[in-house]
Ligand binder design. Structure first.
Ligand code: ADP
Ligand code: ZN
Ligand code: MG
Length: 613
């Protein structure tokens, strides 16, 4: 019964399954089996029993032999009439097909003798060399050696090898090898593109700037939430300038061994300088670039060493090296101030969540190679996706294409897009979850409660969708969409928003005279928002126009574990709690009033939900 969260989670990368190694293993097994089978079959295939060579000559002279086939020293043949002879187990058997071997000293007269007695003679190439044996015993060794050497090589090139531990892990994309990314692949983000254009110019014609004594920035920091196209932009800069691009993620510097990170940094810069002009792109800079000196104990030494090395490398290269360091982070606030001072990452480019227009452009870009039905309106879709990042939008269209393919559609229809949007924002439908009538009734009233309050309050966002189909972790959803993207939220909007969150619980209470655990998420979010209103935005009656600091003492331990330091008294703390409680209580009362007023509508909506879904 959680209400929809507007920021969908980032799509998770699918693990890279290594299929090649297991294919090789299967190949070896198959070859061994085949070789073994060949050997065994070869033993059975040998036709007939062995007879002594002199006995064979005797039989030939008597005209008993019908035909022989020679394969080197081995002769196989057929007798006209079977003879009786003892086999290897001393048993008397009839022999018609026989085998015999020509003695090593040869027999020059054999051919003449056979001809004389009218034996049909045939010959096959010498098969005495035991190929099956060779395959059976030698081939597996060869294959194992080959696989072993390949694994070894790969381990080395991965940098997992102990000898190459300190080597940089940066992947280099050269002019030739990279799929060229250009600014055209980045939709929207006009401001960021304009700022980066200058870097492109510099990398293309470095002398133009240095001639006039100008210094180009060494570092550009891209700031913004995940999925907004920071990596894409950095790649586009390299593509536009046509220079080699070294990409490394902040977490790649971190290893178990102390000192490895620092030597990786050294390595990376050396490589880049060698192929200058070049771009070094450090993704997730915050994982090495956090403020120093705040760690507990010595656990952060490694990180600090790495950071120090990075700082000194950035100081160490002059602008004539023609290397630009571009870094990306979504935690600007935790970066060490030393990184941000002039001469290091002095340029900062903000890459924000896309605006309505930008979303439209991103959707258009990603829809280019997808057959959309004419009914799909990307402008509408861009309106219905506030808070989506570029990556979310790309993911949305991709999901739509997958759903369309699954439904055997010849193109992507509006319904596929709708379904994909629900899937991205709310999670997968849980079809196997069976709820009984009683639970569905509670659910229906809960969601209808949110919806009716949303529809009746003047400052609440317009209602978009109500559903009691369980998806992801939510049992139902009420979705509202703002008419336009909002960047500042007035107090009235906040209060109405909290009242809408309370609508679910209020309906449970009003109609069914109960309270369910389904309101957990609603209550948590309402409380969080109310606290934020009081503490940060100065929006409560008694504590107006005042913000209260809650300082995090330790940026490494996160909010839960870190000691937070309140910069206000116990009395104020009590006052804050009071104010939060008042906001929540009033919101609940307003929700209940709205529901009482629209009781008929509430019943009809709950009814419709029960019967339509
Ligand atoms: P970040 O590095 O900011 O987390 P990425 O650059 O890795 O985000 O973006 C992930 C994907 O999202 C890109 O590969 C691209 O497909 C899509 N994307 C994000 N922003 C945009 C944009 N402005 N224009 C086009 N595609 C985008
Ligand atoms: Zn709810
Ligand atoms: Mg990225």
């Amino acid at each position: 019964m959680a209400r929809k969260t507007r920021l969908p989670g980032r799509p998770e990368g699918v693990g890279d399954v290594d299929g090649r190694r297991s294919t090789a293993v299967w190949l070896v097994v198959a070859i061994c089996l085949m070789a073994g089978l060949w050997l065994v079959l070869g033993m059975f295939e040998r036709p007939g029993a062995q007879v002594a060579y002199s006995r064979f000559l005797e039989l030939a002279d008597q005209g008993q032999v019908e035909e022989v086939t020679s394969e080197g020293a081995r002769l196989t043949g057929v007798l006209r009439t079977p003879i009786r002879q003892k086999d290897a187990f001393g048993q008397e058997v009839e022999v018609r097909h026989f085998v015999t071997y020509v003695p090593a000293f040869g027999d020059d007269e054999l051919m003449a003798r056979l001809e004389k007695s009218g034996v049909k003679v045939d010959a096959r190439p010498d098969a005495s060399f035991p190929w099956a044996m060779v395959l059976f015993y030698v081939l597996p060794f060869v294959i194992f050696l080959w696989i072993g050497s390949r694994l070894f090589k790969r381990a080395q090139s991965d940098g997992n090898n102990i000898f190459s531990m300190g080597r940089s892990r940066a992947r280099k994309y050269d002019r030739e090898t990279a799929v060229r990314t250009s600014f055209e692949d980045v939709a929207g983000n006009a401001g960021a593109k304009a700022e980066l254009q200058e870097i492109v110019e510099f990398l293309k014609r470095p002398d133009r700037f240095s001639r006039l004594g100008g210094q180009m920035p060494r570092g550009v920091l891209l700031l913004g939430p995940p999925g907004t196209g920071k990596t894409l932009l950095a790649r586009a800069v390299a593509g536009e300038a046509g220079v080699p691009f070294f990409i490394i993620s902040g977490s790649d510097f971190m290893e178990m061994l102390v000192g490895v990170g620092a030597s990786r940094v050294r390595d990376l810069f050396r490589d880049a300088k060698r192929s200058a002009p070049a771009i070094i792109f450090i993704d997730e800079l915050d994982s090495i670039g956090r403020k120093r000196g705040t760690g507990l104990g010595g656990g952060h030494d490694e990180r600090e060493q790495t950071l120090n090395q990075l700082l000194s490398e950035m100081d160490g290269f002059e602008s004539h090296h023609h290397v630009v360091v571009v870094a990306a982070t979504n935690r600007h606030d935790v970066l060490d101030p030393a990184l941000l001072r002039p001469g290091r990452f002095d340029r900062q480019v903000t890459v924000d969540l896309p605006t309505r227009q930008d979303r439209e452009q991103i959707l258009k870009l990603h829809a280019k190679n997808k057959p959309l039905a004419p009914e799909v309106d990307l402008v509408d879709l861009s309106r219905a996706t506030p808070g989506f990042s570029g990556a979310d939008l790309a993911n949305l269209l991709n999901e739509a294409a997958l759903l369309a393919a699954r439904a055997d559609h010849d193109r992507i229809y509006q319904e596929d897009v709708e379904k994909a949007r629900d899937k991205v924002t709310l999670g997968m439908e849980r079809e196997n979850l069976q709820l009984d009538e009683e639970q569905r009734r509670v659910l229906a009233y809960h969601e209808a409660g949110h919806a009716v309050v949303a529809a009746s309050l003047p400052h609440a966002d317009p209602l978009h969708k109500v559903s009691i189909v369980p998806r992801g972790r939510a049992m139902g959803a009420t979705e509202q969409l703002p008419e336009r993207d909002k960047y500042v939220y007035p107090r009235e909007d906040m209060l109405d928003r909290i009242a809408v969150m309370m609508g679910g619980r209020a309906a449970e209470n009003l109609v069914l005279n109960t309270a369910t655990s389904g309101a957990e998420n609603d209550l948590k979010r309402a409380t969080w928002l109310a606290r934020k209103m009081v503490i940060d935005w100065g929006m409560s009656e008694r504590l107006r126009h005042m913000a209260f600091q809650v300082r995090e003492e330790n940026p490494f331990l996160g909010e839960e574990l870190g000691m937070t330091h309140r910069e206000y008294s116990e009395a104020t703390a009590r006052l804050i709690d009071d104010e939060v409680r008042t906001i929540l209580r009033e919101a609940y009362e307003r929700a209940t009033e709205a529901l009482q007023h629209w009781r008929g509508g509430l019943d009809r909506l709950a009814d419709a939900l029960l019967h339509e879904e």
